[in-house]
Design a protein around this ligand. Structure first.
Ligand SMILES: [Zn+2]
Length: 366
């Protein structure tokens, strides 16, 4: 779907609460994204083979490529995340423009980690940062890959979970559940059927009940990421504070020379100064059904204008900018780390030193 809509959607500007949002220190930011680390960022290399590249195939619902990508997700999660993560499939069926009367199955994948002791009965005491992207690909033109739409966003989200998994475990190992603090969980929702223009029906079961929607503290939707020079506006006054926090993470990472891309605009998230929310345009996307169901805290990370390759055969591996892909991963990891209050919970963060070129060494890499 993902089409531009100019609307008069006037969400009440209530501002947001910054309670519990903890800035990460420079040393922690360096640790997340150490350019000298041989570890995870290479998984986002489209040719590396371990995370992103297996997604870079046609993934039309009901086809073998789609099933292969689903299997890859599960394999990646099981081999890289701790057992505290739960995996849920939410199944539905729908007719699509491609299949006429034939019903096609759709499977949304939810990967979730809640604080210890938070059972289904205690969901009301919890809030979940919800990170989303769609994993299916457009059925036409035939052979369409959808590298930015949305293979890269899916890979970025899985990478972020892996990157922060240890720190989350450490934080919750020390967490005192005194019943006063609302437990913060996190979940990644990988949507299916986005490109088939599926209508959300009353019966489908993405969350099963509205109480599960109530647990969403912020819905962050990534789309069309991975091409060079993205410019991402702030779309909603209500979540502008969250946008500003993510923009701040980008600015600090750039200041610390931890990002590799050199966007023409100097940065991806350029809209922190925005203050006028009248007649706001927004981009119709997977978040709209949530919006209609009362999830108002939405942060939509989508470049506008869309990348040149959008919905063409050129949306493939050769038009990805690897530096931009990696930088998105680092920015999102930093933002999620701050949202989840992970400062002080990363293993091995020790004050480092810079060499003569300004590169940064953490002690154990010397
Ligand atoms: Zn699309």
């Amino acid at each position: 779907m993902t089409r531009l809509t100019l609307s008069h959607l006037l969400l009440p500007f209530l501002g947001g609460t910054t309670a519990g949002y903890t800035t990460l220190s420079d040393d922690t930011l360096r640790h997340i994204s150490s350019p000298l680390s041989a570890s995870s960022p290479s998984e986002l290399d489209p040719f590396d083979g371990s995370l992103l590249s297996p997604i870079l195939i046609p993934r039309v619902p009901g086809t073998p490529g789609h099933a292969a990508v689903q299997a890859h997700f599960i394999n990646y999660i099981k081999s890289n995340l701790s057992p505290e993560w739960t995996i849920e499939w939410h199944n539905s069926t729908s007719k699509t423009p491609a299949t006429g009367e034939k019903l096609v199955p759709f499977q949304n994948l939810i990967i979730r980690r809640d604080p210890p002791g938070m059972t289904r009965e205690r969901e009301g005491e919890m809030e979940r940062l919800t990170l989303a992207a769609h994993y299916d690909s457009l059925y036409r033109p035939e052979g369409f890959i959808g590298a930015v739409d949305s293979a890269v966003p899916c890979a970025v989200l899985l990478w972020v979970l892996k990157e922060l998994d240890g720190a989350m475990g450490k934080r919750w190992g020390e967490w005192e559940d005194d019943g006063l603090e609302r437990g913060k969980g996190v979940q990644v929702v990988l949507f299916d059927g986005e490109e088939a223009w599926v209508q959300w029906s009353g019966e489908d079961s993405l969350y099963g009940s509205s109480s599960r929607l109530d647990t969403i503290s912020l819905f962050v939707l990534l789309d069309l990421l991975g091409a060079a020079d993205p410019t991402v506006p702030s779309f909603f006054g209500k979540t502008h504070w969250a946008y500003q926090n993510m923009a701040k993470v980008e600015e600090r990472l750039r200041g610390l020379k931890l990002l590799e891309s050199e966007p023409k605009a100097g940065r991806f998230l350029h809209d922190s100064e925005r203050s006028n929310w009248n007649f706001a345009g927004y981009v119709e996307d997977d978040h709209v059904p949530f919006l209609r169901r009362g999830v108002e805290d939405i942060l939509h990370i989508i470049p506008t204008p869309f990348p040149r390759v959008w919905h063409t055969m050129d949306d493939d591996v050769k038009n990805l900018d690897v530096a931009t892909v990696k930088d998105w991963a680092k920015i999102v990891a930093g933002f999620v780390g701050e949202w989840m209050d992970l400062e002080g919970h990363f293993e091995g963060v020790v004050p480092g030193t810079e060499d003569e070129k300004g590169r940064y060494f953490v002690k154990d890499e010397l």
